[in-house]
Ligand binder design. Structure first.
Ligand SMILES: [Zn+2]
Length: 301
């Protein structure tokens, strides 16, 4: 198989971060869509990359501006994928009819705005279960890119959740299935659905996502590069907030718990741009929807 890579952005709006940290979400603005996503689209244009944006479809009903931006992303040639209708962190614990409604409603709404059927799905919080795979297959999706089999990431997250609980705070995040630690990091099939995991580095499965690129900067990236070079397929995930600036965008300092928010936008932009240029030159970048047939035949063999 030729080397290939994909770049994607989960559009998790600020209200979701308030929920994650157990804070009052009524103060949340729409900066992720209006600033972060718009800047990502500009940067992708600059480096000539077509990406996938995973959208929480309810946002399009909540904010007309989000709907407009989503339509612009689609007409610029980016893939629009589903990040469910309302981003329930505990989707895998819901009953089958709720799961079905989340994934099918989202697909209908997003396909309408996209002007073409949506084929890609990403679960909230990287949690998947057989019932969710069954539901997305039934709803007509052709792939999922939801798993993130990173030991350091999941262990750190469980640590944060435990310490919040000790301080009497409740996060909306869930623990999920510990089997994620041994899940394949390569494209594979689950319940007859193609799963394209988010990239972790060979070895201890260090997360190779926007958050870690931003937190560890150019030096970290240089260390990661030899490991990255061993991969045939790189699936790089960002979040809309990765291109937000704490001061410029008036983001609530209560959200400073997000380590990457402390990094100035110009620095974040520089490391993201460097990584995207490398991916384009060494792997070639296409959307997951475009790569899915090729990766599916690789996963079957
Ligand atoms: Zn999300």
């Amino acid at each position: 198989m030729h080397r290939c890579s994909a770049v994607n952005v989960d559009i998790d709006s600020l209200y979701l971060y308030y929920r994650l940290h157990g804070l009052d979400e009524s103060r949340a603005t729409n900066a992720v869509w209006e600033k972060g996503v718009v800047r990502f689209a500009e940067l992708f244009d600059e480096v000539d990359v077509k990406a996938t944006f995973y959208v929480v479809s309810q946002d399009l009903e909540r904010w007309p501006r989000a709907r407009q931006i989503c339509a612009q992303l689609a007409s610029a040639g980016h893939e629009i994928g589903s990040h469910t209708d309302s981003h329930p962190y505990d989707l895998i614990h819901q009953d089958p009819s709720t799961i079905a409604a989340e994934v099918s409603r989202s697909r209908e709404l997003l396909s309408e705005v996209r002007g073409a059927p949506v084929t890609g799905f990403r679960a909230p919080g990287y949690h998947m279960a057989p019932a969710v795979y069954d539901a997305i297959r039934a709803a007509g999706y052709s792939y999922s890119s939801s798993l993130f089999p990173s030991w350091p990431y999941h262990l750190a997250k469980w640590g944060v959740m435990a310490s919040m609980r000790l301080r009497g705070k409740r996060s909306k995040a869930i623990v999920g299935d510990p089997k994620i630690l041994v899940a394949s990091r390569k494209p594979h099939f689950r319940r007859d659905v193609l799963e394209l995991p988010v990239t972790v580095l060979p070895g201890i499965r260090f997360p190779f996502i926007g958050t870690s690129l931003i937190a560890f900067g150019h030096r970290g990236y240089s260390l990661a590069k030899p490991l990255l070079n061993r991969l045939d397929f790189v699936n790089l995930e960002f979040h809309g907030i990765d291109m937000c600036d704490l001061h410029e965008d008036g983001i609530d300092p209560a959200l400073l718990k997000q380590p990457d928010l402390r990094v100035p936008l110009t620095d974040k932009r520089a490391i993201i741009k460097r990584t995207l240029s490398d991916l384009r030159e060494r792997w070639g970048v296409a959307t997951l929807e475009q790569l899915a047939p090729l990766l599916a035949s690789g996963a079957r063999n």
